[in-house]
Design a protein around this ligand. Sequence first.
Ligand SMILES: Nc1ncnc2c1ncn2[C@@H]1O[C@H](COP(=O)(O)OP(=O)(O)O)[C@@H](O)[C@H]1O
Ligand SMILES: [Mg+2]
Length: 241
Amino acid sequence: MIRIEDVTKRFPGGQEALRGLTLSVDRGEMVFITGHSGAGKSTLLRLIALIDRPTSGQVIVDGQNTARVSRRKIPAYRRQLGMVFQDHKLLYDRPVFDNVALPLIISGIGYRDAGRRVRAALDQVGLLNKEKRHPETLSAGEQQRVGIARAIVSRPKLLIADEPTGNLDPDLSLEVMRIFRRFNEVGVTLLIASHDLALIDQLGCRRIPLENGALQVEKDRDEVSDYFEGAGAHSPEDRWR
Ligand SMILES: Nc1ncnc2c1ncn2[C@@H]1O[C@H](COP(=O)(O)OP(=O)(O)O)[C@@H](O)[C@H]1O
Ligand SMILES: [Mg+2]
């Protein structure tokens, strides 16, 4: 679903956010990008969402080379993916319904169809009875779920999320992850940037650790053991004897 090939992103000041990064995410996977603050997680997601372009290398999403998506075609490109942010960027002067309907209205879907889809999306995040509320009257967790409903209302095949639980306490974070997990179970591919390792371990999903804009090379003990077990050896210790 996503192929990142030897991608470098250098900012005008000379700052290199990504350095020769290569990775891929299969269709139907739920994967976490982890790494310290400044590791390049947001930059990677921004390249996938075509908010920004790489300095060199290829970003291929659902078979499309993003380098060939012209400015004019960016809105159509973005409609196939859902985006969730830590700061959910809701419109505070509009009710929940309008916030979730926004992507549909922009893409010109009729009001009746939009209503049906908005309610289906709100139902999936457990907010069906809150469509008339204004975001500021909702809790932080509910506001984030409105952001998720808006991201999935166009039924994207791919959902990318940048620190979606960054502002939430552990219980609410787990609830958001469970919602993501349910999307994943019905075939949505998810790529989520997070540094909440405890939460990720609880979910048991694949992790892609970034460090200074590249894949983290240093293997920790568990990964070394996994490798040897996978290769049929008894343990790293046996192997070294
Ligand atoms: N627009 C920008 N201009 C210059 N440097 C940037 C810009 N955006 C990000 N960076 C730098 O790129 C590196 C990676 O940033 P980012 O992708 O936001 O990391 P993360 O999301 O993992 O915290 C950081 O060193 C950051 O300061
Ligand atoms: Mg970030």
